[in-house]
Design a protein around this ligand. Structure first.
Ligand SMILES: [Fe+2]
Length: 438
């Protein structure tokens, strides 16, 4: 798989891409959806009496969400074990621990089904564990070279259903499990359609307990997926691969993804203040969960670009939370640097944010969008004013960060709608140090 336009088609057959495809788990959404989890499994051919593993964390046990899911399944006749030792931003060793617990309990074939209840870390742990049990070996066998062996996954394994308790990461639908490789101080993904869950059950009543600061941070990640997916290259700007299997997982925006981006931007920008300041507002929570799902359907199908590319080196070096890194970088990257690639598209985003663009030139609307995005962050009262407040990053750090971005994130940078060099990335990092006066 490659974004490299020069190698994605045979030399004698340089036709533009004309096909797009969407892979998606089954979806069940709404208040009370979690109480239908037994039906979800029956729909997928899992019968009562089957043995399953619930992957979650201690916080969700304390909040009672784990018991709610556990009881729904056990009352329907399923047998459930629990794994609650999930690490935040799980390491390779953390996945190995979950895998060995499964093998100790159930042998090499593992459980009949898996449930992941939690945020991105829990969902990634459940996804990686199921994939490794089904394919054998350990996490490093499937992480891309040179960190791992880069073996392809051949099997998906038994059914996996994910129930997100945050509205942001999109892990419930993505084909990716992100693991931290501690020796190298980097994060790597196991990326494959075999990693993707079979179903996502999204119930806003599982998200009302999320604290205000995490609500704000995960919302900024979701908004980033929606806007980056909306402004990335179009699928037909690539060349058509000679084999359908060589089509990239993140293949550019399509009419399908654009529709979801537009709805996601409107839902997220319109409800995030209420969800952060009044966490019990179920309508706002429902809008956020739906907006995050739509943002993920758009962004994690079309693909992210400059902002996410810059966020990974920051996260690796400074161990910052992904959502607040995206929040700090978005004004300078997605809305700043990239706005020139297609000002009319940014005017449309401004309108989706509720900005009255009457009488504005497109570039003025893009400037108004940037100002509104920064105002939104200030209103949430939980986000850093820029990279400096986020992690103490200064002028001295921007060059090494830019070089690391260019060295390690070529795939995302190639997908950026505007060409980008190391000098450009350095300028964007500098611009992101201070989004407002702290
Ligand atoms: Fe993200």
């Amino acid at each position: 798989m490659s974004y490299d336009r020069s190698v994605s088609a045979e030399p004698h057959d340089p036709l533009p891409e004309s096909v797009w495809a969407v892979q998606m788990p089954a979806l069940r959404f709404g208040r009370g959806a979690a109480d239908e989890l037994d039906h979800q499994f029956r729909d997928m051919g899992v019968e009562p009496g089957a043995d399953g593993l619930l992957v979650t964390d201690e916080t969700l046990v304390d909040l009672g969400h784990a018991a709610r899911v556990h009881e729904t399944l056990s009352e329907a006749g399923f047998t459930i074990d629990r794994y609650t030792d999930v690490e935040r931003e799980p390491s390779v060793a953390a996945i190995e621990d979950c895998v060995s617990v499964v093998r100790d309990e159930q042998g090499s074939d593992g459980y009949d089904f898996y449930v992941g209840l939690g945020g991105g870390s829990v969902m990634d742990t459940a996804k990686a564990t199921r994939a490794i049990i089904a394919n054998g070996g350990g996490p490093l066998d499937y992480i891309a070279e040179p960190t791992g062996d880069g073996q392809p996954l051949e099997e998906s394994g038994p059914p996996l259903v994910l129930l997100p308790t945050t509205a942001g990461t999109g892990a419930e639908i993505s084909p990716l499990a992100i693991l931290s490789v501690e020796e190298k101080n980097i994060k790597e993904g196991i990326s494959s359609d075999h990693v993707r869950a079979d179903a996502a059950v999204l119930d806003p009543t599982l998200t009302t307990t999320l604290p205000a600061d995490l609500t704000a941070k995960t919302a900024m990640d979701a908004l980033g997926h929606a806007i980056e997916g909306y402004t990335t290259h179009s699928y037909d700007s690539l060349l058509r691969p000679s084999e359908a299997a060589d089509r990239p997982v993140y293949g550019g925006r399509t009419p399908f993804t654009e529709m979801f981006s537009e709805k996601a931007i409107r839902l997220l920008s319109g409800s995030v203040r209420q969800a952060v300041h009044n966490g019990d507002d179920l309508e706002a929570r429902s809008n956020m969960l739906l907006g995050a799902l739509f943002g993920a359907i758009a962004g994690l199908t079309a693909g992210a670009n400059l902002c996410h590319a810059m966020a990974y080196p920051v996260g690796n070096r400074y161990h910052t939370f992904h959502g607040e890194t995206i929040a700090a970088l978005t004004p300078a990257s997605t809305i700043g640097y990239n706005a020139g690639s297609d000002p009319d598209r940014y005017e449309r985003i401004a309108e989706l944010f509720g900005i009255d663009t009457t009488g504005m030139q497109a570039h003025e609307a893009a400037d108004a969008l940037k100002a509104e995005y920064i105002q939104l962050q200030q209103d949430l009262n939980a986000l850093p004013s820029g990279l400096h407040e986020l992690a103490g990053i200064t002028e001295d750090d921007v060059r090494p960060l830019a070089e690391q971005t260019v060295e390690t994130q070529a795939r995302l940078l190639r997908a950026n709608p505007r060409p980008v060099t190391a000098d450009d990335v350095e300028d964007v990092f500098r611009d992101a140090l201070h989004n407002w006066e702290a």
